[in-house]
Ligand binder design. Sequence first.
Ligand code: EPZ
Length: 429
Amino acid sequence: MKKIVVSGGRKLYGNVKISGAKNAAVAILPASILSEEKVVIENIPDISDISLMCKILEQLGAEIKVLGKHELEIDAKNVSNCEADFEDVKHMRASCYLLGALLGKFGNSCIAMPGGCNFELRPIDQHIKGFSILGSSCEISGGFVTAKAKKLVGGNVYFDIVSVGATINLILAAVKASGVTTIENAAKEPHVVDVANFLNSMGADIRGAGTDLIKIKGVKHLKGTSYSIIPDQIEAGTYLAAVTATGGNITIENIIPKHLEPIAAKLEEIGAKIKFSDDSVSIVSNGNLNKCNVKTMPYPGFPTDMQPQITAILTQAIGTSVISESVWDHRFKYVSELVRMGAKILVDGRVAIIEGKTELTGANVKAADLRAGAALIISGLISKGTTVIGNINFIERGYEGIVEKLSNLGADIKLAKFENLNNVTYAAG
Ligand code: EPZ
């Protein structure tokens, strides 16, 4: 079994390059099946969620050619199967984009109920609301979601809550519907904009992505394209968080400054010194951190996907910090592992109260989900002694080469294969 082993106490120095955005890539790959021609996608992150998505697309009939470590050619002309009933679908939230893409392509789709990080039920009522307004009849039964429409016709959708997935899924279903679809109270995340830009590069007519009002004028055909995915602002934010906690001075390359503003503003409040250039950001931290309050919000608020990472930082800030999680119901499950390392954190529903500064000590811990795993790595970096992190499959879902990237920044971090307690082999950092 693979684990990550971190020995704490080192500051981070040097340069790190950010990969393509996971949450853009897992939507753009299924979106590519809407084209009648080949598409080439670049800057795809080398993470397990992408491998899983490629496996599902091939099972649907897509032909995928690897052009490079971060570049794929996808030919969906032979995609005829509108059913994705695969075991894998159930393990990845982004599988729900197959519903919108297959509905948009065939007017008919049926997928296994998508799963995802286990901090909430992950409802899809808003997705279904949007599809129904376009004329689709939807049904959830026997663990499957089915959406069928004789003809998809544009309509006006007002989302009850801001939902990244429902916004993207409705765009996928509407791009070839007849007439105009409007989405009000739309999500504005950078990856929503990236999906819209990708589809527009294929000839779609989507306006307003990045605002809360998106207009989609249906088109008959979508052609081939060559498209490069935006850098991952949450991966970049995770490295900003790591060095804020450990102290040091790093430069993060291949970023879009605008996407990092909500994260940078909060880390500066905590005490980091941050300077942006065109496509990079430098950060210096002396490890003397101020307490602060955080409320996670849809973009452009502080992102919920940075909540576990900033919790780890605030265990080292002097004073009491309060974190309110306004997006997810149960996104503090990882706190019990931080408490085992010595953190003083009280969780009550969607609020966590953190007493700092507390000395953390290394322990055997387990990642509960992707960003919780990132928080455990950061906690290991600032702990006395050694932390051994299990369930790293969650971390590998969304962080390309995190062990190597942190090791190159000076961290004492290794990938370890535990055959049994007495037989451990270490991979290079
Ligand atoms: C996406 O999940 C991301 N995943 C999540 O990132 C991220 O936390 C989330 O957006 C919010 O930014 C991917 O992009 C693959 P939502 P998604 O629909 O689309 C409720 C990570 O770590 N809701 O924006 O599933 C929902 O319960 C992952 O990279 C409904 O009630 O999130 C939640 O409270 C974790 N009904 C809120 O809306 C619906 O039909 C926001 O969910 C849909 C959502």
